[in-house]
Design a protein around this ligand. Structure first.
Ligand SMILES: [Fe+2]
Ligand SMILES: [Fe+2]
Length: 169
């Protein structure tokens, strides 16, 4: 039987991963509207990954005989003022999720739930990579400023960012 607080936080995290899916989908549609297909592909791919994250937790809760609690997914922001603003939103969201994962790891240690702690190690690594990836794109957007040709070059580059980089479960 899983600790109740751990179960609660895992359910919260699962829902937060589904929200991440929504956020990336929203950002992808924003980029589609700007005809930045590379950015669109990158964020669509991220969106799909977020459902994988959510389902990992979903499966884990069921495996541990816990109750999965699916809550309402809040609507994400739909429009940003610039690609930079949209990627800033993505980056700060990833940082927030890292903090949440760390909080659950801390709790598992407090209640001696080593099984869940080990399960969460995958997420710790994943967050490190997701933060690094979003930050790399963010920093390049800052360098580019308002240079359109730089933006188009970066668009071609980001089309493949994060491809096949998912660490083994
Ligand atoms: Fe995630
Ligand atoms: Fe993520």
């Amino acid at each position: 039987m899983m600790n109740e607080k751990v179960l609660l936080m895992l359910n919260e995290q699962m829902n937060r991963e589904f929200y991440s899916w929504y956020l990336y989908l929203s950002v992808a549609s924003y980029f589609s509207g700007l005809d930045l297909e590379g950015f669109e592909q990158w964020t669509r791919r991220q969106a799909e990954e977020e459902t994988v994250h959510a389902m990992k937790i979903y499966n884990y809760i069921l495996e541990r005989n816990g109750d999965v609690v699916l809550s309402k997914i809040p609507a994400p922001t739909q429009k940003w003022n610039s690609p930079l603003e949209a990627v800033e939103a993505v980056y700060s969201h990833e940082c927030e999720l890292t903090g949440r994962i760390n909080n659950i790891v801390r709790l598992t240690r407090e209640v001696d739930d080593y099984t869940t702690e080990v399960f969460l190690h995958w997420f710790v690594t994943e967050q490190r990579e997701e933060e690094a990836m979003a930050n790399r794109v963010l920093q390049k957007l800052k360098m580019i400023g308002s240079d359109m040709s730089g933006l188009l070059m970066l668009d071609a580059q980001v089309a493949t960012v994060g491809q096949a980089q998912e660490p083994a479960p």
